[in-house]
Design a protein around this ligand. Structure first.
Ligand code: ADP
Ligand code: ASP
Ligand code: MG
Length: 468
C-alpha cells in the first residue's frame, strides 16, 4: 500500500478556504492511488489563544479567559457551518464543538478558582485546538465525498509524562498505528488526527512541544513505514532563509536530513527540530510543500546531500537567547572545573547551545531567560558571572563548510559592521554559527544572504523564481 503521511500546519487549516484547499490536496493524492494519513495542527493562532486563556484564568481573570474561549467557539462554529452543508452532519459537528467548549469553560472556571496552572493542565487546555481542528477537517473531507475517519491522536501517540515536551515511546506508537490507523487505510478510509497532542501510558494528555505537529507527522510516518512524509505549510518549502526576514529568499529544492535537522534546531521555524529523526531512522523522504501553491514541487529532504556549488544551503536564526560569561582567573585550568559548570546547568535542566572558552573565561549560550538568575547564583560560587539577554544565534548551514577555504573570512567580512559575541564552527562540518545582539539579527541575515545567494547553484535552488 502506498501510505503517505500528510501534515497540515495551522495556516493550512486556518479558515474554510484553507480547509477547502487542504481537502482538494488530499483528494488529489487519493486519486493518484495513495493512501494518506492526515495530521493537522490547530487552526492558526489557536494554540496561542488557548495558552492566553489559561494564563488569564490562572491569574484570576475569569471573564477575560471565558471571553477568549467564546471567540474561539464562534470561530470554530462559523468554520463548521461554512464547510458542512449536510444538515445532520453539521448539527452533529456543532454539538461536538459545543461540548468541547463547555468542558474547556469548566476547566477555565476551575483554574480561576484555584489560581494555579500546572504543565499538565496547560497540555490539557491546548489539546482542544487540535481536537477541534481535526474534527472539523474530518467532517469537511466527508462533505467533499472523501471517506475520512477521525482518530484520537492521544490513542496513537504515546509518550512519557514530561508535560509540554513529552518524549514519544516509539514501540507503543508503532503498535497503536498498526492497530488504529493501518486498518482504516486498508478499508480505503482517510484517517485524520491532530498533531502535537499525545497521551502518557495512563491516558493523560501530553504534548510534544510547540510546533510539535511536524513531529507527530514524522512519528506516524515512521510507525506505518510511509513512502513519504509531507509537511504542508504556508511557504514553498525550506527557503534560503526566513522569507519574512528576507523577501529574496529562494526555495531550496533538495537538502540532506542532516542539514535540515541543523536548520530546524537552530531556529528555522518551518520544521520542528525533532521531525527528521523518525524519518531518518527508516530513510523515509520528507517533503516540505505549500498548501497555497500545491503545484510547486517544494523541498525534498533526503539522506544524502547532492553536490552543491554554493557553500551554504540556508541561514537560520534563533532569537531570545542569553550569554553567560564565567570568569575565573586561576581556576579555569584546574581539573574538573568545566564539569562543575556543566553540572550546574544540568541541575537547572538548562541545555547549552554554544560554548567558547579562553584561558580565563567560559562563555555559554542558553535559550532560557527565566532560569538565568538561579543558574548565575549557583555559578557565582565558582567564579565571577555576568549574563546578558536579547541575543540571537545566526547559523549558516551547508555541507562540507570546513572543506571550503576562506568561508569564515567571507562570512565575517559580510557582517563586519556588526558586533559578534561568540563564534563556533564546532565539530559539525555543516554549520557555522555566531552570536550577535538580537536587534542586529535581521540585518545580518540580509547582508549574508545578499552575498552568499547572489549566484546560487541552479541544481539546488529555485533560481527561476528570482528571474520570474
Ligand atoms: P505551520 O503552521 O505550517 O507549521 P510554521 O509557521 O510553523 O508553519 O512554519 C512556517 C514558517 O516558517 C514560514 O511562514 C516562515 O516564515 C518560517 N521560516 C523560518 N525559516 C524558514 C526557512 N528557512 N524556510 C522557510 N520558512 C521559514
Ligand atoms: N498547534 C501547535 C503549536 O502551535 C502545534 C503545531 O502547530 O505544530 O505549537
Ligand atoms: Mg510549525
Amino acid at each position: 500500500m502506498k501510505l503517505v503521511v500528510m501534515k497540515f500546519g495551522g495556516t493550512s487549516v486556518e479558515d474554510p478556504a484553507a480547509i477547502g484547499r487542504t481537502a482538494a490536496i488530499v483528494a488529489g493524492r487519493v486519486a493518484n492511488g495513495k493512501s494518506p494519513v492526515v495530521v493537522v495542527s490547530a487552526m492558526a493562532k489557536v494554540t496561542d489563544q488557548l495558552l492566553r486563556a489559561a494564563a488569564a484564568a490562572s491569574e484570576g481573570d475569569r471573564t477575560g479567559a471565558l471571553a477568549i474561549s467564546e471567540r474561539l467557539r464562534a470561530r470554530h462554529r462559523d468554520t463548521a457551518v461554512v464547510l458542512v452543508k449536510n444538515a445532520d452532519d453539521c448539527a452533529a459537528l456543532l454539538e461536538t464543538i459545543d461540548k468541547k467548549f463547555d468542558s474547556l469553560d469548566e476547566i477555565l472556571r476551575g483554574l480561576a478558582a484555584i489560581l494555579e496552572l500546572t504543565p499538565r493542565i496547560s497540555d490539557l487546555i491546548v489539546s482542544y485546538g487540535e481536537l477541534l481542528s481535526s474534527r472539523i477537517v474530518t467532517a469537511a473531507f466527508r462533505e467533499t465525498g472523501m471517506d475520512s475517519a477521525w482518530v484520537d491522536a492521544r490513542e496513537v501517540v504515546i509518550t512519557d509524562s514530561q508535560y509540554q515536551k513529552a518524549a514519544p515511546i516509539d514501540h507503543l506508537i508503532e503498535q497503536r498505528a498498526q492497530t488504529k490507523l493501518v486498518p482504516l487505510t486498508e478499508k480505503k478510509k482517510v484517517p485524520v488526527m491532530g498533531g502535537f497532542i499525545a497521551s502518557n501510558e495512563a491516558g493523560i494528555t501530553t504534548t510534544l512541544g510547540r510546533g510539535g505537529s511536524d513531529f507527530t507527522g514524522a512519528l506516524i510516518g515512521g510507525a506505518v513505514s510511509a513512502e513519504a512524509i509531507e509537511i504542508w505549510t504556508d511557504v514553498d518549502g525550506i527557503m534560503t532563509t526566513d522569507p519574512r526576514v528576507c523577501p529574496d529568499a529562494l526555495r531550496v529544492k533538495v537538502i540532506s536530513f542532516e542539514e535540515a535537522a541543523e536548520l530546524a534546531y537552530f531556529g528555522a521555524k518551518v520544521l520542528h527540530p525533532a521531525t527528521i529523526l523518525p524519518a531518518v531512522k527508516k530513510n523515509i523522504p520528507v517533503l516540505v510543500l505549500n498548501s497555497r501553491n500545491a503545484s510547486c514541487e517544494g523541498t525534498r529532504i533526503t539522506s544524502l546531500a547532492p553536490p552543491c556549488k554554493s557553500p551554504f544551503k540556508s541561514i537560520a536564526v534563533k532569537k531570545k537567547l542569553s550569554i553567560i560569561d564565567v570568569v575565573a582567573s586561576r581556576m579555569l585550568m584546574t581539573h574538573g572545573y568545566m564539569r562543575e559548570i556543566f553540572t550546574i546547568f544540568d541541575k537547572h535542566q538548562c541545555p547549552v547551545d554554544m560554548v567558547s572558552t579562553s584561558e580565563v573565561s567560559v562563555s555559554l549560550s542558553v535559550d532560557s531567560n527565566e532560569k538565568l538568575p538561579a543558574i548565575a547564583a549557583d555559578l557565582s560560587k565558582l567564579a565571577d558571572v555576568k549574563y546578558e539577554g536579547k541575543k540571537a544565534l545566526v547559523c549558516m548551514v551547508g555541507d562540507d563548510i570546513r572543506g571550503k577555504s576562506g568561508m569564515a573570512a567571507q562570512v565575517f567580512t559580510a557582517i563586519r559592521h556588526i558586533n559578534v559575541r561568540m563564534i563556533s564552527q564546532g565539530a559539525s562540518e555543516i554549520n557555522m554559527s555566531f552570536m550577535i545582539d538580537e536587534e542586529d539579527a535581521d540585518e545580518a541575515v540580509r547582508s549574508l544572504h545578499a552575498i552568499f545567494f547572489k549566484d546560487p547553484d541552479p541544481a539546488i535552488f529555485d533560481v527561476d523564481a528570482r528571474r520570474g
